[in-house]
Ligand binder design. Structure first.
Ligand SMILES: C[S@@+](CC[C@H](N)C(=O)[O-])C[C@H]1O[C@@H](n2cnc3c(N)ncnc32)[C@H](O)[C@@H]1O
Length: 287
């Protein structure tokens, strides 16, 4: 599988990209718009755009570090690539980049975006606040640059920049994004919501949700009338009960960051969304 995202993302959904391409075909949405309000590493959005399954992607992340990364790739790709070329992958740089995250509200977007990228590529499991690969003393089997291939990463960034006219980026709360967009979107659009996990969110991501947040986004999602939507979540009773009136399936993903082994997830679909006849991922009915 080709990787399009320059970011390694904890819980990243790259593996279900092919499912989404089948979904677009089944729903007659090829050439349409894909909206991902919790974009994170963006692997599905990039897969769909770069394989020309959709013509436009709208991506959003409320976390300023993630927003800064995408903003820099889309608007300052050359400077970004130069930073990759000129920045040594050392522990000294790592400490400097970590300091930038501590002032993330004030620092300029290019510096913050590069810092997000650098730490994502040099930290264990891509967790920005996590520890460096190989440990602070660099005595592990894998070292700080084990996941940092400058040539490949620059290529990915340049490839995204070439599609920048087809990408809209926002830095909003997902509820606000949905409310702002809804009336302006064509009907051949599909939203994919991958909110912070109910249980695992706290450890993995910089932002996490409480019950009220899960309820608020549920209300926004279920008010979408003319477009189609899909939501995925970790498999917990609160989520099952919340979406009880919608079609819900279970499927498995291999987490790189959370528990070892397979994590079960829920996938919930809007009533107007047709499931692909042959699914690249195994969906089981939720009892
Ligand atoms: C589960 S992750 C999404 C992962 C993404 N689907 C991927 O495959 O890489 C959740 C993302 O939502 C972002 N986020 C958290 N709270 C948010 C909010 N209220 N509105 C928008 N984005 C938010 C986090 O910064 C994080 O990147």
């Amino acid at each position: 599988m080709t990787y399009y995202s320059p970011l390694r993302y904890p819980g990243g959904k790259g593996k279900i990209s092919t499912f989404f391409s089948e979904l677009f075909t089944a729903n007659n949405l090829v050439g349409g718009t894909y909206i991902e309000p919790y974009v994170g590493g963006g692997s599905i959005a990039l897969y769909l755009l770069m394989n020309r399954i959709v013509n436009r992607i709208i991506i959003n992340d409320m976390d300023r570090s993630l927003f800064a990364f995408w903003h820099s790739v889309l608007n300052n790709s050359e400077e970004f690539c130069q930073l990759i070329t000129n920045t040594p992958v050392t522990m000294e740089t790592w400490h400097l980049q970590r300091e930038i995250q501590r002032n993330k509200a004030d620092v300029d977007l290019l510096s913050l975006g590069f810092s997000t990228f650098f730490l994502n590529r040099t930290n264990r499991s891509g967790i920005i606040k996590g520890g460096v690969i190989g440990g602070l003393n660099q005595t592990g089997n894998y070292l700080i640059d084990a996941r940092y291939n400058p040539d490949k990463l620059r290529e990915r960034i340049q490839a995204i920049a070439r599609f920048s006219n087809h990408i809209e980026l926002f830095n909003l709360d997902a509820v606000e994004l949905v409310n702002n967009l809804q009336n302006d979107l064509p009907n051949n659009s599909l939203f994919y919501f991958d909110p912070p996990y109910y249980v695992k969110g706290k450890g993995l991501y910089m932002n996490y949700y409480n019950d009220q947040d899960h309820l608020d986004i549920y209300n926004a999602i279920t008010q979408i009338e003319n477009q189609k939507w899909i939501v995925t979540y970790d498999k917990v009773d609160f989520i099952r009960d919340l979406y009880i009136n919608y079609r819900m399936f279970e499927y498995s993903l291999n987490y790189s960051a959370a528990t070892v082994g397979k994590g079960k997830e829920y996938m919930i679909l809007s009533d107007n969304c047709i499931l692909p006849p042959v699914s690249p991922i195994k969906l089981s009915h939720n009892q």
